[in-house]
Write a new protein. Structure first.
Length: 257
């Protein structure tokens, strides 16, 4: 590919895993990556965690480690601050953006987030004026469902909400509809299926897709190759670079945090 690539979703559980990702990023190559915490749960063991057979490693995301990375490699890596509405306060979120984080990650599964929760509403109110990205998962729980997330996005129309993994499952037409009917709702492609990608293409919603890898559970190269099976080169350029670059440009627009 002759255009830059941005991976909008890579987990970094440890320094060893970061070194592995760094090599993969160089081999592809990818211009930038948006990192999120990965220390709270062992990669690949989400199923066991949901069954209740293993505990979390930690409820505290490794935000500080991500901050170290983006300060050392400011041209290559960006990061989202994982916020726990039951722990963090407004000042934490504002400080995170001032420190260099590019947006927010909400982990609905680990932190059992309720999109209607007053603490979450207060947190997002404190940063709404920035227009920064807010990445989240959706679940079948009514408090963190696609309907609840859409209600949150409509409450905070200046923020840009990104639904991870194309929705609840690998082919979630309700999530695609949410992106198509709400200007500030986007879809991140990792784990997404061929059927979901073709539906996005059919509806003319390529501008709402952001390439993500879900490293280390999934391989960035494989996730890229999946896109090539459906989309043409100009569409892939939008998905892998232009769409993400537009959402990540808010700090360059002179926004006062």
């Amino acid at each position: 590919m002759r255009f830059p690539i941005i991976d909008f979703h890579a987990h970094v559980p440890s320094p060893e895993m970061f070194l592995e990702y760094k090599q993969i990023k160089a081999d592809i190559p990818m211009e930038k990556a948006v990192l999120v915490s990965g220390n709270m749960l062992n990669p690949g063991q989400l199923g066991d965690f949901l069954r209740g057979s293993i505990p979390l490693n930690s409820e505290m995301p490794n935000n500080d480690y991500l901050l170290d990375i983006i300060r050392e490699y400011p041209e290559e890596y960006l990061a989202l601050f994982t916020v726990d509405p039951n722990y963090h306060i407004e000042e934490d979120l504002v400080q995170a953006l001032e420190d260099g984080f590019m947006g927010v990650k909400i982990n609905t599964i680990v932190h059992k987030v309720d999109f209607y929760d007053k603490n979450l509403i207060s947190l997002l109110t404190s940063i709404e004026h920035t227009g920064c990205p807010v990445y989240t998962h959706i679940t079948l729980n009514p408090q963190s469902s696609i309907e609840a997330m859409v209600a949150l996005a409509r409450k905070f129309k200046k923020l840009n909400f990104i639904i991870g993994h194309m929705g609840f499952s690998t082919s979630d037409f309700a999530a695609i509809t949410a992106a198509g009917t709400n200007e500030n709702v986007y879809l991140e492609t990792s784990i997404g299926s061929r059927l979901a990608f073709k539906e996005v293409q059919k509806r003319g919603l390529v501008s709402k897709l952001l390439f993500g890898s879900e490293f280390p559970t999934h391989d960035p190269q494989i996730e890229l190759e999946k896109l090539k099976l459906v989309f043409d080169p100009s569409e892939i350029e939008a998905i892998c670079y232009k769409n993400s670059e537009a959402l990540l440009s808010w700090k360059r627009q002179g926004v006062i945090i």
